[in-house]
Design a protein around this ligand. Structure first.
Ligand SMILES: NC(=O)c1ccc[n+]([C@@H]2O[C@H](COP(=O)([O-])OP(=O)(O)OC[C@H]3O[C@@H](n4cnc5c(N)ncnc54)[C@H](OP(=O)(O)O)[C@@H]3O)[C@@H](O)[C@H]2O)c1
Length: 254
């Protein structure tokens, strides 16, 4: 706990888009929020804008693909607050918009660096701080396109595309499927520790990642990640909630 016993959240990739809105909504709920960003300029700009609204938002330099950056961020959190109650692994990249047959292994590897390995690096670095909270939450911002059940049925789990037009993106979709598996694997290790680990699908949100073609606002997209980051102690672990989900039901199929 901080000196004031205010819960602490860390949100990665929070300088814009859904992550910035997750940071804002958590701060509005009274949490101290460390706003992770790989660019100091973009992170400071977001911090200033949100602090102008009276929120306790603190820029945290954090490139999820850079182990040194992650270790330095963890060290700063250790020194300043000594505990983290909620980690939202939100940082993500889109990957190439190509069919599998025209996607290279290098492109897949690059997407996984951020969307999968970045999550593992940050989670492992912050776990000692999360364990100290006694009851903490880890939220991995996934996507409905990571659902293997939906992919196997060749249906668009978001309902956005026409039948048969569901994009089968090798890098992005399989990275989110891997992230779902990462989520369940951590959840199982951490059962009984008070740390709940869940995946959120924010819905199809208008942000830079999709050229602002999404149909939801970042405010709407932040809803499920924030809900999972603030679950009560009796909340679920190892669940996958879509934009209309509730902890009691309407989970997405893995
Ligand atoms: N938008 C959607 O419809 C949608 C749907 C399903 C899931 N999601 C997921 O939601 C999350 C947020 O996406 P978004 O839609 O808000 O996209 P966005 O506006 O492009 O935001 C992505 C964020 O991730 C950051 N980021 C990228 N690589 C990073 C790295 N190596 N280290 C730290 N931060 C990094 C970006 O920072 P820079 O500004 O420095 O690039 C940016 O802050 C992603 O995980 C995405 O896959 C989005």
């Amino acid at each position: 706990m901080t000196a004031e016993s205010v819960p602490v959240a860390v949100v990665t990739g929070a300088n814009k888009g859904i992550g910035r809105e997750i940071a804002r909504q958590l701060a509005v709920r009274g949490l101290v929020v460390y706003l992770g960003a790989r660019s100091e300029r973009r992170g400071r700009e977001a911090e200033s804008a949100l602090r102008a609204d009276g929120l306790d938002i603190r820029f945290l330099h954090l490139d999820v693909t850079d182990e040194t950056s992650v270790a330095l961020a963890a060290k700063r959190l250790e020194d300043e607050v000594g505990v983290v109650h909620a980690l939202v692994n939100n940082a993500g990249v889109g990957g190439p918009y190509l069919p599998p047959s025209r996607t290279s292994a290098a492109q897949v590897r690059e997407t996984y660096d951020t969307n999968v390995f970045g999550v593992i690096t940050v989670t492992n670095a912050l776990l000692p701080l999360l364990r100290r909270a006694g009851s903490a939450r880890i939220v991995n911002v996934s996507s409905a396109v990571g659902s293997l059940s939906a992919a196997a049925a060749n249906v668009d789990p978001t309902g956005v595309h026409l039948p048969g037009e569901f994009p089968t993106l090798l890098a992005y979709n399989t990275a989110k499927a891997a992230l779902n598996s990462v989520t369940v694997t951590y959840a199982n290790e951490l059962r009984g520790t008070g740390i709940l680990v869940n995946a959120a699908s924010p819905g199809f949100v208008a942000t830079d990642i999709n050229g602002h073609h999404g149909i939801l606002t970042p405010e709407q997209g932040a809803h499920i990640p924030v809900l999972l980051a603030t679950l009560g102690e009796d909340g679920p672990t190892a669940t996958f909630l879509g934009e209309n989900g509730t902890p009691e039901g309407q989970v997405l199929d893995w």
